[in-house]
Design a protein around this ligand. Structure first.
Ligand code: ADP
Length: 428
């Protein structure tokens, strides 16, 4: 039969403290417009005029504090309103953080020590799909709206929001996060782990966290403004066993002084007992948070990689390039046993050195994988260096010893030292 006619634009009148929850389809555009009142999407206000395109596949809530009328145009996967939200609790948490920032700024002006002039370092924890990334966005956007420049730290290697998966990264947030463009990407500090799952090499994950924290600490010591604004740290949804251990590690490594626990009583209790000297606060999870199964998450990872090269709206054209094998050196972080069992004293077990760099031969196995371009000058600096960006291997010609890749920018690679990964993306 004939395709159904697209629905006409429709208006929703939202009561104070209610929200319109919308799921956008993967390939059908949807846009939203404020007709009356004020409303925000995850902490960023809708402009008073004009249509705002909502990126494909996103799941959003248009929330209003004081009441609003909004209009949707386009086909959505679902749309419904709700007046049950935890937003008042969230904004109260924001107010407490804000008071701490103000206190830190006063201390800095009065020449207080590093401790007193340090604003809140908030870490948001909870199981997958508890709304962690969303709460981080709100806290950052609300702070930025008041003129603070908090640092966003994303430790979620599975569904990170700063750059491609497999990375831990940080970036200053200087204005409310753009509804269309997302987190600003002018100057992110990115360390490459290379896998979407921390258990592959948990020790390397810890070392990279330590490196990122060290760099941020250095930046903060020379910048009272960002020090007072503090950090908002997003974490992985893995909260049991090794996942829990890594959370404790993250709290210590980044010297977090506020832990916000979303939607899990047990985790809150455990962290409270484990960290009696810092504030561990339990917050309600929003019923609006959309559950995503592992297949969906896998697909999202793939889209994030594609977006890096092609843009959110498929509006960028990546550049294809060819290098000789001899022009680059590819390394893998960790793995590989230090010594074969036969070379060890009797009874000793071979130990894998998790942060040892292993030179990798270029092979056709690398086709479709992502390689990171390191800022390191020497191979042994790779683990402690952040990365400039990523390339995607499109072909390996063993006979002619040539590797073909795409990169977001034209020209030579900024470095010849590359880091291998298990991240793949298949061009459709
Ligand atoms: P987590 O970081 O804990 O895995 P997210 O914050 O990424 O969870 O939320 C999961 C999904 O639910 C995201 O797509 C997010 O945009 C969406 N979401 C969060 N809060 C709401 C809400 N109130 N209404 C609609 N969608 C929401």
């Amino acid at each position: 039969g004939a395709a159904a006619a697209p629905p006409p634009p429709r208006q929703y009148k939202l009561a104070p403290q209610s929200e319109l929850r919308v799921e956008v389809l993967p390939d059908v555009p949807l846009r939203v417009r404020l007709v009356a009142g004020t409303a925000e999407i995850f902490g960023t206000e809708l402009p008073p005029e004009g249509w705002v395109p909502i990126p494909p596949r996103s799941k959003i809530a248009i929330f209003t504090w004081h009441g609003a009328t909004v209009e949707l145009d386009g086909v959505s996967e679902s749309e419904y309103t709700s007046d049950e939200t935890p937003m008042v609790i969230y904004v109260n948490a924001h107010a407490i953080l804000d008071a701490r920032r103000a206190g830190a700024r006063v201390a800095a002006v009065q020449g207080g020590d590093l401790e007193a002039s340090q604003g809140p370092r908030v870490i948001v924890v909870g199981p997958t799909d508890s709304g962690k990334s969303t709460l981080c966005k709100m806290l950052l956007s609300w702070a930025a709206k008041l003129g603070w420049k908090p640092t966003y730290v994303d430790l979620d290697i599975g569904q990170g929001s700063i750059t491609i998966p497999g990375c831990i990264s940080a970036t200053p947030i200087e204005k409310p996060i753009d509804i269309v463009d997302g987190i600003p990407l002018e100057m992110p500090l990115v360390y490459f782990y290379g896998h979407p799952n921390p258990s592959i090499n948990a020790d390397a994950y810890k070392v990279l966290m330590k490196e990122l924290a060290k760099t941020l600490e250095k930046q903060f010591s020379g910048n009272a403004e960002s020090r007072a604004a503090g950090m908002v740290i997003n974490t992985m949804g893995w909260v049991e066993g090794l996942g829990y251990e890594l959370l404790l590690n993250a709290i210590d490594t980044f010297k977090a002084n506020v832990v916000l626990v979303l939607g899990q009583e047990k985790l809150w209790k455990m962290l409270k007992d484990a960290k009696p000297n810092i504030d561990v606060v339990k917050l309600h999870k929003s019923e609006g948070v959309v559950l995503r199964n592992s297949k969906y998450r896998q697909r999202t990872r793939s889209f994030r990689i594609k977006e890096y090269f092609y843009g959110i709206a498929n509006d960028l054209a990546p550049h294809s390039n060819i290098v000789n094998f001899s022009d680059v050196s590819v390394y893998r972080i960790g793995g590989g046993h230090q010594a074969p069992r036969s070379a060890l004293p009797i009874g000793a077990e071979p130990v894998a050195d998790p942060t040892r760099l292993v030179a990798v031969n270029i092979s056709t196995d690398m086709v479709h994988t992502v390689l990171a371009v390191s800022y390191a000058k020497e191979p042994d600096e790779i683990i402690s260096s952040n990365v400039a960006g990523f390339i995607h291997v499109t072909d390996v010609d063993i006979q002619r010893k040539k590797l073909t890749y795409i990169a977001p920018c034209p020209g030579d690679l900024p470095s010849r030292l590359l880091i291998a990964s298990s991240l793949t993306w298949y061009e459709a």
